[in-house]
Design a protein around this ligand. Structure first.
Ligand code: ZN
Length: 174
């Protein structure tokens, strides 16, 4: 007899409980492993699901496309948005073979997806040589404490683009 297993849940938009589907996570893991073997890039895969169906997938393509932002989640988000013809992934659940790095976490928030499931933890990634922890630390630091110098310049002139945005009558908010 099989035993009852506790199933993974995530809190989605409006506190709605979203159940994780292991088969979608297995697909993300298989994509990640396949990506290593095919020399596509790092050991990361992501799957975007809507209404119980996979609408897009992504793998890490940093080294094969010379794109430092081509993390699996970003690749999957772009493919999903193309598939939907939308700039948001409301109603979608994203399965990541590994806990997202700060860039991908932000991208997932910008996508307005409903929930995120992950396989490997950030600590597992660190053990494999991918140290996202440094980036999470940087986000919390004051600007003058960060590794890459970031200095404000032409603040007054820069405001003109926000003025243009505020007064644009037919702008698309996001
Ligand atoms: Zn990432």
């Amino acid at each position: 007899m099989g035993r009852l297993r506790r199933r993974p849940y995530a809190k989605g938009r409006g506190g709605k409980t979203i159940e994780g589907n292991p088969s979608f996570m297995r697909r993300a893991i298989a994509l990640a492993t396949g990506n290593v073997l095919s020399r596509g890039g790092g050991p990361f895969g992501a799957v975007v699901v809507r209404d119980g169906k996979i609408i897009a997938t992504g793998t890490n393509l940093v080294t094969s496309t010379n794109d430092p932002t081509a993390h699996a989640e970003v690749v999957a988000i772009r493919a999903a948005c193309r598939a939907l013809g939308d700039f948001q992934l409301t109603g979608c659940v994203v399965y990541c073979s590994c806990e997202p790095c700060p860039m991908c976490l932000a991208a997932l928030y910008w996508s307005r997806c409903d929930a995120i499931f992950y396989g490997n933890s950030a600590a597992d990634a660190s053990d494999a040589g991918f140290d996202d922890a440094v980036l999470y630390e940087e986000v919390g630091r004051a600007l003058d404490q960060r590794r890459i110098p970031m200095t404000r310049l032409l603040a007054d002139e820069a405001k003109e683009s926000f003025d243009a945005w505020r007064t644009l009558p037919d702008r698309i908010d996001y």
